[in-house]
Design a protein around this ligand. Structure first.
Ligand code: ADP
Ligand code: ZN
Ligand code: ZN
Length: 624
């Protein structure tokens, strides 16, 4: 950073230096430009964005722990031990993408599940290590890092690998960050926050599962890790590869508009491995018992007999989503949110559901009442099913099966999750029950059956992105089946068997699905055909939040070509005691929207707003 430029700020706004850090590497102007861009694009103060991007230890002027500074990460001569000879399709992708090493180019790697995208990443990284560059690899979830780390260590025994995610101990994260920033680490593997690390020798950016919404930060600097990574590659003048079986419609449309080059892996990599067969089970014809149709039960039984694995997918954790009184209609609700409390069973595998009530929106907990608080009825009923209840049902139905549940509750301790995943990979688990935590990126060799229990809630959603997400999660979870020589089967239980989404899924026809979704988005004027931003406010009273939004919109002149909609309350209006509302802004011109949002932000930052908490969200993806 330059020190001799005169400040444009008045003296009163300047602070004095407390100390100069000389135990950390200097930050480059390219890095500062990245932070400037993100702060201005996502409407947050630069200082806050910079501080937030540093590992906690570097946010203060206290000297760094010696262990963090001392850990050296020098790479030894590069050794490359690939696990496979590339298929022709993989080799094409590698040669096309590596042809642009040394300059910016964005590639959408559209490879079906099991097509060997990881192998492609490894070969590209090898080219980068040969040239002494750094490769940045980002994944949507911490739980996906261990298996990739293992692959990297096996393939590049001499390479210095730095992990960067929020699950690391302070010292480990600091020393990773330092190794990345000094250019000592040659592979940087992490979640979205890794995109914000200084990388002086950056030569390749890989974004795995690029469609995943977890790349978007939902607080503070609300950046998209994916978009920031693409911008980063542009700054560094290096190629970026966005890998997925189900591209986001944004990336798909970027390909259609020739901003990205699409590279395809249309087949599975293992010789003989096919995409699984998808069958839709009509819940109106086959009556489910405790959540399972007879066909699903016999399909699971057949897998157990053959010693193959099954995965039961249900995107709802807990025991039951509702605890209700049938006598008077009362249902347990959260005192601080406009939402029901979810019933959680006590211990793992508990047969008696005397657990607790939990709110999935604010985290509130309550004991399960002995009797209905309105009418005194002691016979309260859990209604509907979550993963715990499904686990209980399966345990009773198949007592000899080795059964495990994987969701945010069972995965509280990260080491437990990793151990369970490893056991599943080794075939030591017969039936896996889980949420979308299980859908992402995992490779379970013995898995041949996936049963999708209840996908219908997403079909009925008012969120225009619900269908895109549902297709992605179903194609991903389906993609866990039959990844080796034994064919996979996917059973989808639904009340809407004729829905076009399921037909596209059965054909594994992402392109067809994307085309119909994009046509709908275009007709309705939704992204990616327009750009969006949201101004959100929350206050103890809904009217306060609504008034704040109305006045904010009135205060700034709206330029031609920018649409500002009336403020509306959130679907789940009250959360953690605050009433929430939002105002959506749209434009087909990104600069016009940016200018408007910037002016709005400047106004709001300047005035004090008591009683209201507010934020701007650029390219928002969550609207609940
Ligand atoms: P994806 O990430 O595209 O879903 P993976 O990278 O997990 O797919 O690969 C799926 C499986 O195919 C893995 O078991 C991997 O070892 C195997 N595989 C990848 N490339 C090849 C290849 N060239 N020849 C044989 N098997 C391969
Ligand atoms: Zn009652
Ligand atoms: Zn709550």
């Amino acid at each position: 950073m330059q020190t001799d430029t005169p400040s444009q700020l008045p003296r009163s706004k300047l602070k004095s230096l407390l100390a100069i850090r000389d135990d950390a590497p200097r930050l480059s102007s390219e890095w500062l430009e990245l932070m400037r861009f993100l702060a201005s694009y996502y409407q947050r103060p630069l200082g806050e964005s910079v501080i937030g991007s540093l590992p906690p230890r570097l946010r203060s002027v206290k000297p760094l722990p010696r262990k963090a500074v001392a850990t050296s990460m020098a790479s030894s001569p590069q050794e490359f031990k690939p696990a496979h000879t590339l298929t022709a399709a993989q080799a094409d992708v590698v040669s096309r993408a590596s042809a642009s090493l040394g300059r910016f180019e964005a590639f959408l790697l559209h490879g079906v599940t099991g097509s060997g995208k990881t192998e492609v990443y490894l070969h590209l990284i090898a080219r980068v290590l040969e040239r002494g560059g750094q490769a940045l690899v980002i994944v949507p979830e911490i739980s996906l890092t261990p298996q990739l780390e293992t692959r990297f260590r096996q393939t590049f025994p001499g390479a210095a690998i730095a992990l960067l995610h929020s699950g690391l101990e302070d010292v480990a994260r600091t020393s990773s960050w330092l190794a990345a920033a000094r250019g000592d680490a040659s592979i940087i593997l992490g979640t979205r926050l890794a995109v914000l690390a200084p990388l002086p020798k950056l030569a390749l950016v890989l974004i795995d599962e690029e469609h995943d919404t977890s790349f978007k930060q939902q607080e503070g600097l609300r950046y998209s890790g994916r978009d920031a990574a693409v911008y980063r590659a542009k700054l560094a003048g290096c190629p970026v590869l966005l890998g997925t079986a189900t591209p986001s419609l944004e990336s798909w449309s970027n390909w259609q508009q020739k901003r990205y080059v699409r590279l395809e892996l249309p087949e599975r990599a293992v010789p003989g491995a096919r995409l699984p067969e998808v069958r839709v089970l009509d819940l109106r014809r086959e009556t489910p018992e405790q959540g399972f149709t007879p066909s699903s039960v016999s399909a699971i039984a057949a897998r157990l007999e053959r010693g193959e694995q099954s995965l039961i997918f249900l995107n709802r954790r807990g025991y039951a989503p509702v605890l209700a009184c049938e006598a008077c209609g009362w249902a347990a609700g959260c005192a601080r949110c406009s939402a029901r409390m979810v019933m959680h069973a006590a211990a793992e595998r508990s047969r008696e559901p005397h657990g607790r009530l939990r709110c999935h929106h604010c985290g509130a907990e309550d004991a399960i009442p002995r009797a209905c608080p309105t009418c005194g009825n002691v016979d309260l009923r859990p209604m509907g099913r979550g993963t715990q209840r499904i686990e209980e049902t399966l345990g009773a139905r198949f007592p000899a099966a080795r059964l495990e549940r994987i969701d945010r509750d069972s995965a509280r301790r990260r080491s437990d999750l990793n151990r369970t995943l490893e056991r599943a990979q080794r075939g030591e688990i017969d039936i896996l029950v889980g949420t979308q935590l299980l859908a992402k990126g995992h490779d379970f060799p013995g898995l041949t059956l996936v049963v999708v229990l209840n996908a219908d809630t997403a079909l009925l959603s008012t969120d225009y992105r619900a269908a895109e997400r549902l297709f992605a999660v179903l194609e991903q979870v389906a993609g866990r089946a039959g990844r080796r020589d034994r064919p996979g089967e996917v059973l989808v239980q639904t009340r809407y068997p004729e829905h076009p989404l399921f037909a596209a899924l059965a054909r594994h026809d992402y392109a067809g699905f994307a085309q119909s979704q994009l046509a709908e988005r275009k007709a309705a004027g939704f992204p990616p055909y327009v750009f969006e931003a949201a101004l959100r406010a929350e206050a103890p009273k809904l009217e306060t939040a609504m008034r704040f939004l109305r006045e904010a919109a009135r205060r700034v002149d709206r330029p031609e070509g920018v649409q500002v909609y009336d403020p509306v309350p959130h679907v789940i209006t009250r959360r953690a005691g605050y009433e929430r509302a939002q105002l959506i802004m749209q434009s087909s011109s990104r600069p016009a929207l940016q200018a408007y949002v910037g002016a709005l932000g400047a106004q709001l930052f300047d005035a004090a707003h008591r009683e209201v908490r507010w934020h701007l969200d650029v390219d928002p993806i969550e609207f609940d």
